[in-house]
Design a protein around this ligand. Structure first.
Ligand SMILES: Cc1cc2nc3c(=O)[nH]c(=O)nc-3n(C[C@H](O)[C@H](O)[C@H](O)COP(=O)(O)O)c2cc1C
Length: 248
């Protein structure tokens, strides 16, 4: 693959949040996981494991748990000013609609084994400057999840990145019989998109690139960041399905 093809893949991959139920070609999931296992990880710890869920009843239970977690998310999110709330919770929306990713024919549940973080230098367990003891571990899992998403796009499929928070993680582990030492981070529904996503919004290359040292003319004040967030919402709300006022 040449660089232009790679940039095109990076730019055209989009989060898909509503899927057609059509089955996906055999072998795609295994190719995606084959790619994801080559993600970078601190000292090659390879902290990830993947559970491929095709069973309809299990997918429904996972979806229902995620919907339940949105209620907790909404409780916190509604304390923020409306104009900077997460786009899934803007305009009175209280989370993604029930049908949003339920129909995806395959879910990949991304698990991690925190014990593997011992692969890397011990100092990473003690210093907070990289985000605390589990920062390396979480970066490892994030890198593998990113490759899954790119690989899905390369297969012509859509994928979502559904974060799993601690309000449902224990029940998800029980449902999927995940050993106590492991954690669940993300569910990645995979399938054919049921819609054409809105164009991607990203800051321009020249806004975020500094040569040789930080270019202070590009520094953003606190007010600039607030304005950025308000304008970001205007650009990204269309990426989330659902009507104003819709509840999960
Ligand atoms: C750490 C992380 C957590 C995310 N959590 C969610 C999530 O819970 N639900 C969701 O729909 N998208 C989630 N996303 C996807 C982002 O919202 C998405 O990548 C971003 O808005 C850019 O849109 P794009 O993926 O279409 O380019 C997450 C992405 C990351 C990296």
């Amino acid at each position: 693959m040449q660089i232009d093809e790679f940039v095109k893949l990076a730019k055209t991959r989009r989060s898909i949040r509503k899927f057609r139920p059509d089955p996906i070609p055999d072998g795609c999931i295994e190719k995606m996981i084959d790619a994801a296992r080559f993600a970078q990880s601190g000292a090659n710890a390879q902290s990830w494991e993947f559970i491929v869920v095709k069973d309809r009843a299990t997918r429904d239970k996972i979806t229902d748990l995620v919907i339940e977690s949105k209620k907790y998310t909404w409780d916190i999110e509604k304390t923020r000013l409306e104009e900077i709330r997460h786009p899934g919770f803007a305009h009175g929306r209280q989370g993604e609609p029930v049908s949003s990713f339920r129909e995806a024919p395959v879910f990949i549940v991304v698990c991690g084994d925190p014990r593997t973080v011992q692969a890397t230098v011990l100092i990473s367990q003690f210093l907070n400057n990289e985000g605390g003891p589990f920062a390396h571990f979480l970066k490892n899992i994030g890198n593998a999840t990113q490759i899954l998403q790119l690989a899905a796009a390369a297969c012509g499929l859509g994928a979502q990145w559904v974060s799993i928070n601690s309000t449902i993680e224990a029940r998800l582990k029980t449902l999927l019989d995940v050993p106590v030492e492991l954690s669940i981070h993300t569910v990645v529904p995979i399938g054919y998109p049921a819609y054409t996503p809105a164009p991607a919004y990203r800051r321009e290359v020249n806004e975020i690139t500094h040569y040789e040292k930080y270019d202070r003319s590009k520094y953003r004040s606190g007010d600039d960041i607030c304005n950025f967030l308000v304008n970001l919402r205007k650009k990204t709300i269309p990426a989330y399905p659902g009507k104003p006022g819709q509840k999960v």
